[in-house]
Design a binder for this molecule. Structure first.
Ligand SMILES: Cc1cc2nc3c(=O)[nH]c(=O)nc-3n(C[C@H](O)[C@H](O)[C@H](O)COP(=O)(O)OP(=O)(O)OC[C@H]3O[C@@H](n4cnc5c(N)ncnc54)[C@H](O)[C@@H]3O)c2cc1C
Length: 416
């Protein structure tokens, strides 16, 4: 391979903060809000111009109940604006999960409000590109934006990038996971009653589409190296009349850390969306007058890196064990609990991880990647970061009872 040697250069340190939160998805926002509530100086850095990550940018707008701790706060804010409601006319499996729909545009706005209320500093349009590690402890990150390359110093860092970017830059151990990739999209102008009277329920639409592929009415001969999982479509109603949110099928085998494969995935999933919509408009009664309002600005990558933390529980364990060091209980009713070690990467001090890249067995991640779990881990990580800083100890040495007490004050019912 050909190489270029970059000359050494001085990087300006543009911020110095107590807690730095990297990534502004649900995990990052929860971490930043909760750290700031303890009274420390918090900065959140996000690569895009909006918050919410996959929820707002990936159009992942169906969530299990937001009913414990910071999730309840978010749910109540959205409900007050009329944009958090149980799915309308859902398929049977959705009822089982008590899925709710949320409006991505209102979510974007409310998350910014929540940060503002706690005086969290926000830096958008900024990519984190490296870490500053001294003697095994993370001291900050390198960033790049239109102003060039800069450095941020921080007392404790929360990696909520979803991809464990900061942990990887800091050489913390991780594994790489390949999960199906999906381009979500929204449609408007759908005559929902007419569709449902033809297909029965939204889940049956997938069968309708699969049969059309078998009959050759819908062509999916896309790509030779990237394999389509399901050619199906799974649609849920939004909370606005005539609007639906479509989960249009899975592209398997993509390494989303490889920019070339990710580029190919963008092109293929978009082609898939266009063909699917043309089919729906032409063949499914109720779609005749419909149109695409938005394809997801962030491609739906479910997983990339997963940190190897102090503990990697499986599903049976997170559902069945009341860990003495439980720091997250995402739901009021469901028994899922996460121990503190799932947020602590091995080998690097001053770093906590939250969201879809925490440490757990892969088999459990299908449940642990869900939105309320990501925010609950963010709440725990942000609170822990601030308490560790205040107590002048490394996060790994934090008094767990203190953390649990603080989370209880924040209305988190850990069910201990
Ligand atoms: C197609 C699909 C369908 C899904 N369906 C559901 C569902 O129905 N219900 C459900 O509850 N969950 C669902 N999920 C899972 C859920 O949406 C995610 O796991 C969850 O939203 C992840 O939240 P997060 O905050 O951990 O990460 P993300 O939402 O990925 O947020 C990470 C943030 O960090 C930023 N970032 C990343 N790298 C950098 C960097 N280097 N520098 C600066 N910023 C950076 C990103 O821009 C992003 O804003 C689905 C996921 C996908 C992909």
């Amino acid at each position: 391979m050909d190489w270029i040697i970059e000359p050494e250069r001085k990087i300006p340190v543009t911020s110095e903060v107590d807690v730095l939160v990297c990534g502004g998805g649900f995990a990052g926002v929860a971490a930043a809000v909760c750290a700031a509530r303890i009274g420390v100086k918090v900065l959140l850095v996000e690569r895009y111009g909006f918050l919410g990550g996959l929820v707002t940018g990936g159009l992942v707008i169906t969530t299990p109940p937001l009913d414990n701790g910071i999730n309840r706060e978010i749910g109540e804010r959205l409900r007050a604006k009329g944009v958090y409601a149980p799915l309308q006319k859902p398929g049977a499996e959705m009822i089982a999960l008590k899925m709710h729909a949320i409006d991505p545009e209102v979510v974007k706005y409310e998350l910014v409000q929540m940060l503002g209320e706690q005086q969290v500093q926000l830096l958008l349009h900024t990519l984190i590109v490296g870490s500053i590690v001294e003697a095994g402890a993370l001291k900050g990150v390198l960033i790049e934006n239109k102003a060039g390359r800069q450095a941020i110093r921080a007392g404790v860092v929360v990696d909520a990038t979803g991809d464990a970017d900061v942990a990887a830059f800091a050489q913390a151990p991780f594994r790489v996971v390949k999960k199906p990739i999906t381009m979500m999209f929204n449609m408007a102008g759908v005559d929902v009653d007419k569709v449902l009277s033809r297909v029965g329920n939204w889940s049956n639409l997938k069968q309708f589409v699969t049969e059309a592929v078998a009959k050759g009415e819908l062509k999916f001969e896309l790509g030779t190296t990237l394999e389509w999982g399901t050619p199906g479509v799974h649609a849920e109603c939004l909370i606005h009349p005539g609007e639906i949110n479509v989960w249009s099928g899975n592209l398997r085998g993509v390494d989303a850390l490889d920019p070339n494969q990710l580029t190919a995935a963008e092109l293929i999933t978009r082609e898939h969306v266009m063909r699917l919509v043309a089919f729906l408009r032409g063949h499914v009664p109720g779609f005749e007058q419909s149109w695409i309002t938005l394809t997801s600005p962030i491609l739906g990558v479910r997983a990339t890196r997963q940190i190897l933390g102090g503990i990697s529980p499986n599903m049976q364990e997170v559902r069945g064990i009341r860990f003495a060091d439980t720091v997250a209980k995402p739901y009021a009713e469901d028994t899922i609990r996460l121990p503190y070690g799932t947020l602590l990467p091995k080998g690097v001090d001053n770093l906590l991880v939250a969201g879809r890249c925490i440490s757990a067995e892969e088999e459990a991640m299908g449940q642990l990647r869900l939105i309320p779990v990501c925010s609950a881990t963010g709440e725990a990580a942000g609170t822990a970061a601030a308490l560790a800083l205040r107590a002048k100890v490394a996060p790994a040495k934090l008094d767990i009872a203190e953390l649990q007490k603080q989370l209880a004050k924040q209305s988190v019912n850990l069910g201990l």
